[in-house]
Design a protein around this ligand. Structure first.
Ligand SMILES: NC(=O)C1=CN([C@@H]2O[C@H](COP(=O)(O)OP(=O)(O)OC[C@H]3O[C@@H](n4cnc5c(N)ncnc54)[C@H](O)[C@@H]3O)[C@@H](O)[C@H]2O)C=CC1
Ligand SMILES: O=C(O)[C@@H]1CCC=N1
Length: 260
């Protein structure tokens, strides 16, 4: 399983390292990080940008560069990897068969995580044909995420749309809620404080109560009241029921394009 070679340590790779550290999942000394844009002082304790000739020590390789550059990013690495190294890719859209071919037939798992892995509260969708590759992906993500194993690779597009990308939908919602509160006369900082505390509390209530979102919604919505008036806009024509299918379809289409 270890050492783990991280190819790319940007927002997602960095979030994972942070989550692993906080969960005590892997010793930092077992991490080898390869990224041309990180400072030698980053990821203290990890091996940073070592000579290519030493990469054969890695048992698991986490591919965490942008889908647009993944082939160029791995070309000089592949000849130095151990033949039995397992590749775990988080690159959106990029197919396992293409990764395995570029990595000269090595076993591959795909994962679509969320940035909350940084605090041990991520979600991660996994797919692998090979049992050992799936086991490696589970070992990497179970310490920091709620893991779902997908029955076929095509579903990674949908998982990306509903999970990997979705934290950004929520943050965009909060941004819009804050701005709309300010437009109704609240001081902008107060609107932001209220909106954030409300959303965080509502999410925590959903988790702790175990209730369905529809039931929690009904608990807020008095017949003929203020919430019903707002939901008639949000859930009416052109509202969430129309918007989210379109948004997810756009994410799925882009995921397919990224896969080439
Ligand atoms: N950010 C997110 O919420 C999520 C991202 N992903 C996937 O994670 C991957 C990385 O995305 P981000 O971390 O957001 O991007 P990012 O741009 O923050 O990180 C990519 C990192 O790759 C590095 N890099 C560039 N060329 C390299 C090379 N030749 N060798 C090694 N490293 C190199 C960059 O310096 C950068 O630090 C993407 O494939 C994306 O689809 C998946 C799920 C969620
Ligand atoms: O936006 C993206 O393409 C990546 C994949 C899911 C989240 N971020």
């Amino acid at each position: 399983m270890t050492p783990i070679l991280l190819l790319g340590a940007g927002r997602m790779g960095g979030a994972l390292v942070q989550g692993w550290r906080e969960a005590g999942a892997f010793a930092t000394a077992d991490l080898i990080v390869r990224d041309p844009n990180i400072s030698p002082g980053a990821f203290r304790g990890a091996v940073i940008n070592p000579p290519l000739e030493t990469l054969g020590a890695a048992k698991t390789v986490l591919l965490a560069v942008k889908p647009q550059i993944w082939r160029e990013a791995v070309n000089d690495v592949v000849p130095h990897l151990a033949p039995d190294a397992v590749i775990v890719s988080i690159a959106a859209g990029v197919r396992a068969a293409d990764i395995s071919e570029t990595f000269e037939g090595r076993r591959v798992a795909r994962v679509m995580p969320t940035t909350a892995v940084a605090i041990g509260r991520g979600a991660a969708s996994l797919y692998a044909e090979d049992a050992e590759a799936l086991a490696r992906a589970q070992a990497l993500f179970e310490p920091v995420a709620a893991v779902s194993v997908l029955p076929n690779e095509d579903l990674m597009h949908a998982a990306t749309a509903v999970s990997g990308s979705a934290p950004a939908y929520l943050y965009a919602f909060v941004e819009a809620l804050e701005a709309a509160g300010a437009a109704q006369g609240l001081d902008p900082a107060e609107s932001a404080r209220l909106a954030r505390a409300t959303i965080i509390g509502a999410a925590a209530l959903m988790e702790q109560s175990g209730e369905e979102p529809a039931e929690l919604r009904k608990q807020v919505t008095s017949p003929g009241g203020t919430t019903a008036a707002a939901l008639a806009v949000l859930m009416g024509e052109g509202g969430f029921g129309d918007l989210l299918p379109k948004a997810l379809a756009a994410a799925v289409a882009r995921s397919k394009e990224l896969g080439g």
